[in-house]
Ligand binder design. Structure first.
Ligand code: NAP
Length: 345
């Protein structure tokens, strides 16, 4: 006899990462999902892409900046929820209002969902927050090859700094969102376990071809813009950092809920290989369809990128997860070939 399926409340289900999480959860046939969305058209497409799966239901949560955003959902579904994956967060450089666009969603979203989880989800076993390397880095040291970031690092960014520009607001928002969860756990002493999963830049294919558009989600756009470049175009020196494949990252979220005790109290730092913009351009130029059509920049300029940026040590995370991450070359090629395929139709 098969065990009864448990229910995951997955927020921001229409997002780039969350779609992969949803697909992997449903593919396992072990879970039901209640997915939150804010855009009806997007969620209708996703439900269709996921095959109108009877294990998937969706609920509208318009804005996690609303201090009561999650109340109605937990009033209705709270007792059904066994796991929460809190993946929703604004990650879009088109947002220019630092306070309303990033800071308030960061603070209020975490506060409200964790409080609802504690008060209204009596069968909850595990709470996972998708944090970010942005909550761990310190901008003063990102280009210092003698500096080490690891699972214990915290971004020291202040509220005042966050108000200056949207990218700083995003970093602050992710930091405060994760800190709020850990602080509330200390305050409430809940029965359920807690994990944070902090990725560096997430790349790899969209879960479904239907999401491929001329402009992709924020992180994939870092690569896609070079797919739309012309020979001779400049390849700027920054940004630089590390990449995790979206499929590995989705899997990490699910490993945490599957082996709840092992991952309790852990901050996972998800990054694999370092990159510079030129790394992306070099890999794209290995693809036959793109050769001669896009910029080549200064080939191999970023091959030594790891010697020019801080060390990101995620040994503990790799050991806990126990699986090999997808190489960056494959991540970029899978992303690019999907775009080429869709655009050639
Ligand atoms: P994404 O595609 O933009 O997904 C974000 C999701 O959150 C979407 O479903 C979005 O809804 C929803 N959302 C955004 N703001 C919201 C708000 N104010 N109220 C309610 N829902 C809201 O981004 P992603 O790359 O998948 O990111 C997923 C998570 O990973 C986020 O927590 C992000 O901070 C984190 N992260 C991402 C990266 C990266 O490189 N992509 C790196 C580190 C951490 P719509 O679909 O309607 O827009």
């Amino acid at each position: 006899m098969s065990a009864e399926k448990e229910t995951v409340f997955l927020t921001g289900i229409t997002g780039y990462l969350a779609q992969h999480i949803a697909q992997q959860l449903l593919d396992s046939k072990k879970y039901k999902i209640i997915g939150s969305y804010r855009n009806k058209k997007k969620v209708d497409q996703l439900v269709n892409d996921l095959g109108n799966n009877p294990d998937l239901s969706v609920v509208l949560i318009e804005n996690i900046a609303d201090p009561e955003a999650f109340e109605a959902t937990f009033n209705k579904y709270g007792s059904q929820i066994n796991y929460i994956i809190y993946a929703a967060a604004p990650y879009n450089w088109g947002i220019t209002d630092c306070e309303q666009g990033f800071i308030q969603p960061g603070i209020n979203g975490s506060k409200n969902i964790f409080t609802c989880a504690f008060k209204q989800a009596p069968n909850l076993k595990h709470f996972v927050i998708t944090s970010s390397f942005a909550a761990m880095l310190d901008a003063a040291f990102v280009n210092d090859p003698n500096h080490v970031f690891n699972e214990e690092s915290w971004n020291p960014i202040t509220y005042e700094e966050a108000l200056k520009i949207n990218r700083a607001a995003y970093r602050y928002s992710k930091t405060i969102a994760e800190k709020t969860i850990w602080n509330l756990r200390k305050e409430f002493h809940p029965d359920f376990n807690v994990t944070s999963v902090a990725p560096n830049l997430i790349l790899g294919p969209q879960c479904f071809d239907t999401t491929v558009a001329n402009k992709l989600n924020t992180s994939c756009q870092y690569v896609n813009k070079f797919m739309k470049s012309s020979p001779g175009d400049d390849v700027p020196a920054s940004p630089t950092g590390g990449v995790i494949d979206v499929r590995d990252l989705a899997r990490a979220h699910i490993e945490a809920i599957k082996d709840s005790e092992k991952f309790d109290g852990k901050r996972l730092l998800l990054t694999n290989e370092g990159y510079g913009n030129q790394t992306f351009v070099d890999i794209l130029n290995e693809i036959e369809d793109l050769k001669g059509k896009i910029t080549i920049g200064t080939p191999h300029r970023d091959d030594d990128i790891d010697k020019r940026q801080a060390i990101v040590d995620n040994k503990k995370t790799r050991e806990l997860l126990g699986f090999e991450f997808i190489p960056l070359n494959k991540t970029i090629k899978d992303l690019a070939t999907q775009v080429i395929k869709v655009e050639s139709k």
